[in-house]
Design a protein around this ligand. Structure first.
Ligand SMILES: Nc1ncnc2c1ncn2[C@@H]1O[C@H](COP(=O)(O)OP(=O)(O)OP(=O)(O)O)[C@@H](O)[C@H]1O
Ligand SMILES: C[C@@H](N)C(=O)O
Ligand SMILES: [Mg+2]
Ligand SMILES: [Mg+2]
Length: 352
């Protein structure tokens, strides 16, 4: 039997480029070990920070070293094209986090190319990436969430009359502490917590440098609970996990520096809360029309017993030690079986 050729697509024009390289290293490892090595041939494709796609030796080198090519997101790629090797691919595994990869752009391209791919399609990826659209979809599904206000870059970078008024509105409608986030990003890139007017002003300016669309959320004091979802039309939720850390919030440094955070799986929370989280995770997955996989992040306000949805990630961090695969491992699906299942789900969805 000939092997299924998997196009492992990683890197990307995104602030989460480095995270993608680490996820792709683990996924390649999972697809080329044990029984998977008889089933799959992995062909890596690397998207530089400037958007240029590479096949052949460059992606292999980046996977070996774990280091990106030193281009930047601002320089435009001279020439964009699908590398010739992409014609051989039976199924794509886009291991891309953040804009230009997790947001429906690459999913649109692969849909047009009519080759199956792992994960959500255009709609699920776009809704799952944009925190404003996501929250509207969640509200439509009746999922409770924090109070928020949407803001645009144009308002933030407008004139000296509009900006103070905007800050006044945020103070009266949302208050402090609040979280200021670019709508389309992940790994906490561009997110700040503000407790004062000065912090709010610089947080808005910083978020606007990442995205046209900005969201300001009321800060909650809560435990952070995460749940993994797997499937297409009949998605299943994993056991739930908790993230613990000592920093002010779960920022980029805390996420990706060894020893700064810990995962507790299963989370030490009452059974009925864990069950509620699992149900809400599946509702969220359906609300944005996700497919294949997602990790849904929650706030558990222990004092009141309230569970609030924070966000969905349609391509969550995927190193062997990341929450998503660890949650499935604890649910009885080890890493190699998980990546195999994801490829099968991609093939099932495309009807091949
Ligand atoms: N409204 C809020 N109240 C309290 N803490 C918050 C709030 N929003 C975000 N945070 C903190 O910021 C972190 C990152 O937020 P969020 O998950 O929305 O960002 P992200 O960039 O999409 O992250 P990722 O995709 O890596 O999970 C949260 O895990 C939490 O620690
Ligand atoms: C990769 C990062 N956005 C996550 O959700 O894990
Ligand atoms: Mg996210
Ligand atoms: Mg999150």
């Amino acid at each position: 039997m000939s092997k299924t050729r998997v196009g492992l697509l990683f890197g990307g024009r995104s602030g989460e480029h480095e995270v993608s390289i680490n996820s792709a290293r683990s996924i390649r490892q999972g697809l080329t070990s044990g029984e998977n090595s008889d089933k799959y041939e992995v062909i890596p494709f690397y998207i530089e920070k400037n958007g240029l796609w590479h096949a052949g030796d460059v992606p292999r080198q980046v996977l070996e070293t774990g280091r990106p090519l030193p281009s930047d997101t601002e320089t435009k790629a001279d020439l964009w094209r699908f590398p010739a090797e992409s014609a051989e691919i039976d199924v794509w595994f886009p291991v891309l986090h953040g804009p230009n990869g997790e947001d429906g752009t690459v999913q649109g391209l692969l849909t047009l190319a009519r080759v199956p791919f792992v994960g959500s399609g255009v709609l699920g990826s776009a809704l799952g990436m944009d925190k404003i659209a996501m929250k509207i979809a969640f509200a439509g599904a009746g999922l409770p969430q924090v109070k928020y206000k949407t803001v645009t870059r144009a308002e933030i970078w407008s004139n000296a009359c509009v900006f103070p008024k905007l800050c006044d509105e945020i103070e009266s409608e949302i208050g402090y502490p609040c979280f200021i986030k670019p709508a389309n990003l992940g790994s906490s890139v561009g997110i700040s917590k503000a407790r004062t007017r000065g912090e709010l002003e610089s947080a808005l300016d910083s978020a606007a440098s990442f995205d046209r669309r900005i969201i300001v959320e009321a800060g909650v004091t809560a435990r952070e609970i995460e749940c993994a979802v797997l499937g297409n039309d009949d998605p299943k939720a994993s056991v739930v996990g908790e993230i613990t850390f000592n920093s002010d919030f779960y920022d980029y440094e805390t996420k990706y520096t060894d020893g700064r955070s810990a995962m507790v799986i299963p989370a030490a929370i009452p059974d009925e809360i864990a069950e509620k989280v699992r149900e809400m995770a599946v509702l969220a997955f359906r609300a944005v029309d996700a497919a294949g996989l997602s990790r849904v992040d929650f706030f558990y306000v222990e004092k009141t017993g309230e569970v609030l949805i924070n966000e969905i990630n349609t391509l969550p961090g995927f190193t062997a030690f990341s929450m998503y695969p660890q949650l499935w491992k604890a649910t009885g699906l080890p890493f190699p079986e998980l990546v195999d299942r994801l490829i099968q789900l991609a093939l099932e969805r495309s009807g091949s």
